[in-house]
Design a protein around this ligand. Sequence first.
Ligand code: GUN
Length: 288
Amino acid sequence: MAQIIDGKARAKEIRKQLKGRVHDFQVEAGHPPGLGVILVGEDPASAVYVRNKERACARTGIRSFHHPLAKDATQQQLEQLIDQLNEDPEVHGILLQLPLPSHLDAEPLLLRISPDKDADGFHPVNAGRLAVGQPTFVPCTPLGCIDLLQTAGVTLQGADAVVVGRSNIVGKPVAQLLLAEGATVTICHSKTQNLAAHVGRADVVVAAVGRPEMIRGEWIKPGAAVIDVGINRIDDGSIVGDVEFAAASERAGCITPVPGGVGPMTVAKLLENTLAGAIRFEECKLQE
Ligand code: GUN
């Protein structure tokens, strides 16, 4: 039976540690780190995510600036708001909650967020910095995945790692982070042939496809570490991951549950990113 990796407990530990660092920042800078949050419309899942993020900010001492916009907000309104947050010295991180309503184009808006305030790490400049190994904002969910692997004591150097999913938000950046840790990385996706064979030889599996229980438990190599990023609501209303948890946990060495695995870590890493952005911002001010 696999060790269950408790993301909720690890996220709590991170928040506790952050609280002290945020306090120190506030004492030195004279103001708290600030996160600007933009939510367009009333998508219920997004509203829950945003509420969780804001609650976590409040508990840690980070100030969040909530900017709810109506579902018919225009591209230009969003551009103006992003410009305003880019200029605001009390805002060190900006988060544009995705997905946006279909009449809006997310890509130019993500490009408009200053790379120095890009707490989500979605700006192409930051994706590039990650790819060449420069310090940067890294997307929060991939950071959470690596933290959980390290907390569970998984050796990444020389490990065969298989990432299932090639999104810009999770698949590609988590592959970069695994590569930086010295893993041999394969990225699988919807066109991959014989996914079972790839997964079957992996020491580390990161599943981020958004398909309920697509990764079968019987594919998992005995002793492998399994990180499940999926959050899928199924017909009976319950939430399952991208991995068939019960069967996979019979074979894996360690595995994240859904919920309570990667999910809470995403928020914890967003808080860490915001503080890191605030510290960099203050350092730059001193150098001016
Ligand atoms: N929508 C779902 N996850 C995320 C996330 O991590 N960041 C943003 N901005 N939107 C999301």
